[in-house]
Design a protein around this ligand. Structure first.
Ligand SMILES: N[C@@H](CCC(=O)N[C@@H](CS)C(=O)NCC(=O)O)C(=O)O
Length: 202
């Protein structure tokens, strides 16, 4: 059985949770809160002491983008990770935005608002102001980030944008982003995530 180390409010964990649910794979959740992440037992699982971690038999994977890449290659090759060199490049672009601008912008602002993290506020606001119009403009004439279907680009980029309200970001200014995260939440099998608006959790 797949073990997913994470927490219910971790957007990075939710990227993997969505993938497992949409793939209809059974998994167990290992609740790994801040205290558990400091334990020697967790350090033995990942030297980064970060969630999510994916464990299946003797395979141990960390980093949400890396785990999504693995799941796509194993279970939905082409469909989820790109059929052509152009699609693969576009997916890599969005995984990069997820791990860089989205993580350092909206996700960092949420960390401060929801969990009391001390952050470089102006820098996080600047990154957010730079990336949101780019994503919104792209989604204004695309239903999905890459191609005409869900890919791991959508899974990687969506949680911290859906959770923007928890970062005091008004998504009314970026309607295409909200419509897209609603679209993802309406997919059959979407797993519940606290704070993700308009979800029809199953
Ligand atoms: N690049 C990693 C980042 C993971 C990450 O930042 N996880 C957070 C929770 S969502 C965490 O474990 N924070 C605790 C820490 O960094 O010490 C990924 O995408 O999985």
């Amino acid at each position: 059985m797949i073990q997913l180390y994470g927490t219910p409010r971790s957007g990075n964990t939710h990227k993997v949770r969505m993938a497992l649910a949409f793939l209809d794979l059974p998994w167990d959740e290992q609740l790994t809160d801040a205290a558990a992440r400091q334990s020697d037992a967790f350090a033995a699982i990942t030297p980064m002491r970060q969630i999510p971690v994916y464990v299946e038999a003797d395979r141990k994977l960390r980093d949400s983008q890396a785990i999504l890449t693995y799941l796509a290659a194993r279970h939905r090759p082409g469909d989820w990770d790109g059929h052509t060199p152009g699609e693969r490049s576009e997916i890599a672009l969005w995984l990069s935005h997820a791990a860089n601008e989205i993580a350092n912008g909206p996700a960092t602002l949420r960390l401060a608002r929801q969990f009391g993290a001390v952050i470089a506020e102006a820098q996080a606001q600047a990154v957010t102001a730079r990336i949101l119009p780019v994503i919104d403009a792209h989604l204004s004439d695309h239903r999905w980030l890459v191609g005409d279907r869900l890919t791991i680009a959508d899974l990687a980029a969506s949680p911290y944008l859906a959770l923007a309200g928890e970062a005091d970001i008004d998504l009314a200014r970026w309607p295409a982003i909200g419509e897209w995260t609603d679209r993802i939440a309406a997919l059959p099998g979407f797993p519940a995530m606290p704070g993700w608006p308009a979800q029809t959790a199953s």
